[in-house]
Design a protein around this ligand. Structure first.
Ligand SMILES: CC(C)(COP(=O)(O)OP(=O)(O)OC[C@H]1O[C@@H](n2cnc3c(N)ncnc32)[C@H](O)[C@@H]1OP(=O)(O)O)[C@@H](O)C(=O)NCCC(=O)NCCS
Length: 161
């Protein structure tokens, strides 16, 4: 099914929408490896001010049917490129993350290999990654802020363009 979706650079007006989306308790539970306090507006602002001007971060706003549905990004984690994404809850289950990540990987200037981390029980995120060609290469344990404990985590890689 064709999805009416496009990616564009992030505008300042998108930030309040991202902030609301990243505060959602269900989304936090799912993502697990979140910021320490997703309702901390100051921490959110300073994080986004930093990443929006960083040379090593590429971020795109996902626009679905003229609405800001979320974002997709790549950044360096200990020198290795990694992808991430966050979709507003009202947009879940429409194929948006899969399509946006696929589009991002083919259009943004990303390198390979490129990595992703996800909570092992975040089935939706694991599926998004696998549908875009990522494979699990490692399982580990990490501290998940949103759950206040250590949980199982997966590391995935995409080698091909
Ligand atoms: C994870 C997330 C990005 C998925 O976005 P989405 O747009 O709903 O994903 P898609 O619609 O592209 O679905 C991808 C696949 O996951 C499956 N899926 C979606 N929600 C699911 C759920 N709650 N449980 C299990 N599978 C699910 C879909 O069925 C689809 O698989 P299929 O094609 O085999 O049917 C979104 O839920 C989100 O932003 N969550 C909060 C933040 C987060 O977890 N970010 C990722 C951190 S690693």
């Amino acid at each position: 099914m064709e999805i009416n979706l496009w990616l564009r650079p992030v505008l300042n007006n998108d930030l309040p929408i991202f902030f609301t989306q990243q505060k959602d308790p269900d989304a936090n539970q799912m993502a697990a490896f979140t910021s320490r306090d997703p309702s901390d507006q100051e921490a959110f602002n300073s994080h986004w001010q930093k990443i929006m001007v960083s040379d090593t971060v590429i971020i795109r706003t996902i626009v679905f049917e003229e609405q800001v549905a979320g974002y997709v990004l790549s950044y360096l984690d200990e020198g290795k490129p990694e992808v991430g994404y966050w979709i507003g809850k009202e947009f879940w289950g429409k194929g948006i993350a899969t399509r946006a990540l696929a589009e991002f990987l083919s259009s943004a200037n990303t390198t390979r290999p490129i990595y992703a981390h996800t909570a092992k029980d975040n089935q939706a995120s694991k599926r998004v990654l696998e549908k875009c060609g990522f494979c699990v290469i490692k399982e580990m344990i990490g501290f998940a802020n949103a759950r206040g404990k250590e949980i199982e985590e997966l590391l995935l890689v995409l080698n091909e363009f």
